[in-house]
Ligand binder design. Structure first.
Ligand code: FAD
Ligand code: UDP
Length: 390
């Protein structure tokens, strides 16, 4: 196909990476075309109202958190925030536990009251001293010992990644905090909040503020590159796909989501378990580490969004192998997949007029604030190189 249209920057992918880059370049006066082969914007952060009227996160729960004031300030131009103290539970061996591991969990584990000092003494006796944990098993056993590791981490990780925690970078399980006080927040970042009206609304506001950006949904990278002449390409899809997987596919892990909505007497019945009128389970997320349960977690996002509605939707997550006909979700943080990525990274680094941004294009287990920061930084470099067009 002859390129019959033109733009300054062609951006593949309408998730955080692509849209933030587009907004920054548009603010510098450049025209951008953003395409996505999905039929909605937002990438994996996309949210929508389901048939029961509940605001859901379509591709798994997206808990916004950040330690960067600059990133929060940037996004605050497009959204207000609904402050959330994200709390979750684990369900193992037939009961609910406070999680991440903290003093409350310890008391549940030993079946009596304790103190921070009591828990610290117990940890001192049970943790396995490893000065530099090299993998996800070591990072947990070096903090809490084998028993708690086996109870909460081993089975969950095996299901989620289909590999042993020993074969995963320490950063995978290491991102879960472990505390000896009663702080049982899931995350530790200083800013924890959801976009007030959701991620999709945030992205719509971003586009409204960016007159230089055109969005085309249902359009693949190949078609877009043939259709729009451009001075520079920004690519936020999978890096191995960009190179037609010439060194073989990189490993990814995927998920199948199963949603179920409740209202009326059915929801009323569940209140005995959730302990909260209008809710199905006691927390926004319950993890299921036991091997005999086929899913890893059940998310009831209404706990976090604060939506006031007499219905609720839960979503079960079943980990699965990734197949090339679907969107990859998780890059696999492990030594051999990083080595495989390295070959693609070398090709990418040699490109003069293509920038690779985001979780898939740089094959990193990044959170939303991190890809936002990366997109802002890359846009700044592009503006330094091409100047502004104001
Ligand atoms: P994506 O959101 O993946 O967007 C890339 C887009 O590019 C996609 O829409 C895709 O359709 C499109 N695309 C790819 N290839 C092509 C092509 N060839 N042609 C056209 N379009 C293409 N982060 C958090 O901060 N907190 C969380 O709680 C959190 N939970 C998560 C839970 C799950 C289950 C997953 C999978 C991720 C989670 N994340 C979370 C990470 C978060 O999703 C990412 O950091 C963020 O969405 C990455 O944005 P991105 O734009 O780089 O990629
Ligand atoms: N994990 C675990 N048990 C849990 C929660 C997490 O073993 O109850 C491990 C698992 O390997 C998971 C990783 O810690 O992939 C990171 O967990 P997180 O909840 O951050 O996963 P994400 O939301 O990124 O899927």
């Amino acid at each position: 196909m002859e390129a019959d249209q033109s733009t300054d920057f062609l951006i593949i992918g309408a998730g955080f990476s692509g849209l933030v880059t587009a907004e920054r370049l548009s603010a510098a006066g450049w025209k951008c075309v953003v395409v996505d082969r999905r039929h909605h914007l937002g990438g994996n952060a996309y949210d929508r109202t389901d048939a029961a009227g509940v605001l859901i996160h379509q591709y798994g729960p997206h808990y916004f958190r950040s330690n960067s004031r600059r990133i929060v300030d940037y996004l605050s131009a497009f959204t207000g925030w609904h402050q959330v103290s994200y709390t979750i539970r684990s369900h193992a061996r037939g009961r609910y536990w406070n999680f991440p591991i903290n003093l409350n969990t310890f008391e549940q584990f030993i079946g009596r009251e304790s103190t921070t000092a009591g828990f610290e003494d117990w940890l001192e006796k049970n943790r396995i001293p490893i000065s530099e944990p090299a993998n996800s098993e070591e990072v947990i056993i070096s903090q809490v010992g084998r028993e708690l590791y086996e109870l909460f981490f081993e089975g969950y990780t095996l299901k989620q990644w289909k590999r042993h925690p020993r074969e995963l970078d320490a950063s995978v399980c290491g991102r879960i905090p472990i505390r000896t006080n009663r702080d049982d927040r899931y995350l530790s970042e200083t800013f924890q909040a959801l976009p007030e009206r959701g991620y999709t609304a945030l992205f719509e506001n971003l586009l409204e503020a960016s007159p230089g950006v055109e969005l085309h949904l249902g359009v693949d990278a190949g078609e877009a590159r043939a259709r729009w002449k451009h001075k520079h390409l920004v690519y936020t899809g999978a890096v191995d796909e960009f190179y037609d997987r010439r060194f073989g596919p990189l490993p990814y892990r995927s998920l199948r989501f199963e949603a179920e909505s409740f209202s009326g007497p059915q929801l009323l019945e569940r209140e005995k378990i959730s302990g909260k009128p209008g809710f199905w389970q006691p927390a926004m997320q319950v993890n299921y580490p036991d091997a005999e349960v086929p899913f890893t977690r059940i998310v009831e996002i209404k706990h976090a969004t604060g939506q006031d509605i007499a219905a609720s939707t839960i979503i079960r997550e079943f980990p699965k192998d990734w197949t090339p006909d679907e969107e990859p979700f998780y890059p696999v943080p492990a030594p051999e997949s990083r080595a495989a990525y390295q070959r693609y990274a070398e090709l990418a680094a040699a490109e003069k007029s293509v920038s690779f941004i985001g979780r898939l294009a740089t094959y990193r287990y990044y959170n939303m604030d991190q890809v936002t920061g990366m997109a802002i930084a890359v846009a700044e470099r592009l503006i330094a190189r091409y100047g502004t067009n104001l």
